[in-house]
Design a protein around this ligand. Structure first.
Ligand SMILES: Cc1cc2nc3c(=O)[nH]c(=O)nc-3n(C[C@H](O)[C@H](O)[C@H](O)COP(=O)(O)O)c2cc1C
Length: 190
């Protein structure tokens, strides 16, 4: 039985108050296995990335975000799809964390992706465009199981409870696989 606890930052690719991705993040925060401690990392206040601002007085929100990522053992991305790709707010957060050159705070952190859509395709396009960026960030991303959650408007009941049993079961299995993935990656790094 793995005793060590790992800190996992959740980055949600939506700023909407009633976001289904945010509901999924809230569900996961209270889920098992408990060897992963999940916390939400806000991307709401991040000014749009501009290399000209990459000076000693870079925006405080960028520095805070980079620090928050540095303190995580792994990252769970939960994202919707905008025009078959990654929402701009999420791409902006990735760009900020990856810069300046040589100081990528995402480097080597184990990651996983859950994508959600009210449509049937489960934001497959966003999920895979995000994977493309994570290759460049050198993040080991869990490959299986893949999580493309469709019909997101119908799966949540009160608050963040997942009322569809098959999805609740799937997410539980996904989180167990992610826990094993994080433990394995951290052992390889040490
Ligand atoms: C600009 C824009 C583009 C969108 N493009 C897509 C899309 O390509 N595929 C899709 O499944 N849903 C698309 N949607 C619908 C979103 O998936 C839907 O609004 C979703 O609920 C947003 O995620 P959230 O609930 O976490 O905020 C789009 C929505 C917006 C506002």
């Amino acid at each position: 039985m793995e005793k060590r606890q790992y800190n996992i930052g959740i980055i949600v690719g939506s700023l909407r108050k009633a976001s289904y991705c945010l509901k999924m993040a809230q569900f996961i925060r209270q889920a098992r296995p408990q060897n992963l401690r999940y916390s939400l990392i806000s991307i709401e206040e991040l000014p749009i990335y501009n290399e000209d601002l990459e000076t000693e007085s870079a925006p405080v929100a960028w520095l805070d975000f980079r620090n928050a990522i540095r303190h995580q053992d792994g990252i769970l991305f939960i994202t919707p799809e905008y025009n078959r790709s990654v929402p701009a707010v999420l791409k902006n957060a990735i760009d900020i964390g990856s810069a300046p050159h040589g100081k990528n705070v995402f480097e080597s952190k184990p990651a996983a992706i859950i994508s959600l859509s009210p449509g049937k395709m489960g934001a497959f396009g966003a999920n895979h465009h995000l994977r493309q960026s994570l290759v460049f960030l050198n993040m080991p991303v869990m490959q299986q199981p893949e999580a493309y959650i469709g019909n997101s408007a119908e799966i949540f009941g009160q608050g963040c409870a997942i009322q569809v049993e098959s999805i609740r079961h799937f997410i539980t299995q996904f989180l167990e696989a992610f826990s094993a993935w994080v433990v394995r990656q951290k052992k390889e790094l040490n």
